[in-house]
Design a protein around this ligand. Structure first.
Ligand code: SF4
Length: 303
């Protein structure tokens, strides 16, 4: 297998980390690089393990997304899903993963669940964890009851995109990672792209994300914005919010992407070779961000 190279690419999560703290961005995308290799230095390995940490809310969101993906595969194969046993199985697996994280297995197996709360030994009451599994259960029950799901199931499964039709898109020479959670063609011949949400709404972030999906539809699938329905599905409520896009809004998204990519590259010592030097990446002044940062123990241990 050829050696992996740390090539520059753009994603929404990368953009988020970059906006929050430049130092964290460095650790995540450069400092931790290669930490999976047997010969990695202790420091790089440490950063790599920290990079994998997920907050409990992120974990719950991932569990819901994975379960939905699995359910849609089953529906797509023409079978039914027994809802309550299915959800009970998801919660059961969550318990196993939680125990694995609590026991610190991720230090030897960084691909297993690694919760921020365990690494930083947060003293959380059992009710907090119970609320988390209740939230996952509620989101999944809501998913199975959605009229939108019933509508999806009346359409031809061969046109569904359960994972992602494609993962990486070339944007003016930069690979960018954009993938809707789910896509299908409606009976009216429109392309519906869905974003499943399990957390609190953030209208600005959602608008940029959905705009990126509109770009994906246009540039990857060749579908014009006026033929696309972007659906933001909040599984906690549950609500389905449709968004429409147009060429002008798409132009704004392209400009936002250009600015983001330019900003990231401006920090590099060698943008062509994607080489970064830690000193160029300042620490944030906002200590509330540090509180929940995976890299706190190496960057601001005094906190
Ligand atoms: S601890 Fe704070 S300053 Fe350091 S990387 Fe994290 S967010 Fe940035």
């Amino acid at each position: 297998m050829p050696d992996l190279t740390n090539d520059f690419s753009w994603s929404r999560s990368r953009d988020n980390v970059f906006s929050e703290c430049k130092r964290r961005y460095f650790y995540h995308y450069y400092g931790a690089w290669g930490g999976w290799e047997a010969g990695a230095t202790e420091e790089v390995r440490r950063l790599y393990v920290l990079k994998q940490l997920a907050s409990r809310q992120m974990w719950a969101g991932r569990v819901v997304h994975d379960a939905i993906e699995m359910a849609l595969h089953i529906f797509g194969a023409g079978r039914d899903v027994p809802v309550e046993p299915f959800i009970a199985d998801v919660v059961q697996r969550m318990r196993g993963d939680w125990r694995s994280s609590r026991d610190g297995r991720y230090r030897d197996n960084p691909k297993t669940l690694a919760l921020f709360e365990h690494e930083y030994a947060l003293d959380l009451k059992p009710e907090v964890w119970q609320a988390l599994s209740r939230n996952v259960t509620a989101c999944l029950r809501n998913f199975f009851r959605l009229p939108l799901l019933a509508e999806i199931r009346t359409t031809a499964a061969e046109h569904w995109s359960i994972e992602h039709w494609s993962k990486v898109l070339d944007f003016e020479g930069t690979p960018i990672w954009i993938a809707p959670d789910f896509g299908f063609w409606t009976d009216e011949g429109r392309l519906a792209l869905i974003d499943w949400k399990t957390g609190a709404a953030d209208p600005d972030a959602a608008a940029f994300q959905l705009g990126c999906y509109a770009l994906y539809a246009r540039d990857m699938l060749g579908v014009e914005p006026e033929k696309v329905d972007l659906l933001e599905v909040n599984l906690r409520e549950p609500t389905v919010t449709p968004h429409r896009w147009d060429d002008a809004r798409l132009a704004d998204i392209r400009e936002q992407l250009r600015l983001s990519i330019r900003g990231m590259k401006a920090y590099l010592a060698d943008p062509d070779a994607n080489v970064a030097v830690i000193d160029a990446f300042e620490r944030t002044e906002e200590l509330r961000i540090c509180r929940w940062c995976n890299f706190r123990v190496v960057c601001r241990p005094d906190l």
